[in-house]
Ligand binder design. Structure first.
Ligand SMILES: [Zn+2]
Ligand SMILES: [Zn+2]
Length: 237
């Protein structure tokens, strides 16, 4: 029934390129568009999840992580931030292409499974948006993606645990250290809750330098969380 109803809204054609056929179980993306996604694969930095060309037998830390003191234990992403992946995120976030939501959540979910990061979580927490930004966009992409994953895994979600207290400027043009400075005080405790000993999966759409997720993880660790991992759909290189 639901599938037939969706068929009315989304005809069996790729909702992205409109050139090829695509069905509900392909997420309304055609085979050719699926091939434009570049999946993050091993070897990768054990800390920030940055993929690395070549062969590695020992655990590896990328140069960026050598003197980095991240508050999260590790970060993993599903696909590389190529033009196509960023285009998908853009359509979802700014053009409300809600049909992409199950695709993006599904990508993250299966990648976390591949890294054996799909079990043992006490809580899933999305990176919050600044309130005026959320009003403008009408939804928080990280929260909606998290909600789907939480439901699939049967883990509780807490989207009020963190709040964004500073309207940070866009990070796109900033250097690594400027990004850290830009978000340093941007997040705070949204509600009092003891996180002592809890394992938390922090979710966002894109990971670039890790400045944003690190600032969030720092607040969660200060609240007592024993472990924080980061899961994002897209990974900037
Ligand atoms: Zn297509
Ligand atoms: Zn790294």
């Amino acid at each position: 029934m639901v599938e037939r109803a969706l068929g009315f809204i989304y005809p069996a054609v790729c909702q992205f390129c409109w050139a090829e056929t695509a069905q509900h179980d392909q997420g309304y993306l055609c085979a050719r568009c699926w091939q434009r996604l570049r999946f993050v694969s091993r070897p990768l930095c054990e800390l920030c999840g940055l993929p690395f060309d070549g062969e590695l037998t020992s655990t590896f830390r990328c140069p960026n992580c050598h003197d980095c003191d991240f508050s999260f234990q590790g970060a993993r992403s599903s696909v590389i931030a190529n033009e196509f992946a960023l285009n998908l995120i853009h359509r979802y976030k700014y053009q409300s292409a809600m049909w992409l939501e199950p695709v993006l959540a599904g990508l993250l979910c299966s990648s976390l499974c591949q890294h054996q990061l799909h079990e043992g979580w006490d809580l899933i927490v999305p990176v919050p948006l600044y309130p005026s930004k959320q009003r403008e966009r009408e939804f928080n992409q990280a929260e909606r993606i998290s909600r789907r994953i939480a439901k699939k895994w049967g883990v509780s979600l807490d989207s009020r645990l963190l709040k964004r207290v500073a309207p940070t400027v866009s990070q796109t043009m900033l250097t690594r250290s400027e990004r850290r400075e830009n978000v340093r005080e941007a997040f705070a405790v949204g509600k009092t809750r003891c996180l002592k000993g809890l394992r938390i999966m922090l979710v966002d759409d894109v990971f670039t330098t890790g400045a944003t997720t690190d600032a969030c993880a720092r607040v969660l660790r200060r609240m007592g969380a024993s472990e924080v991992w980061v899961g994002t759909v897209v990974r900037g290189l």
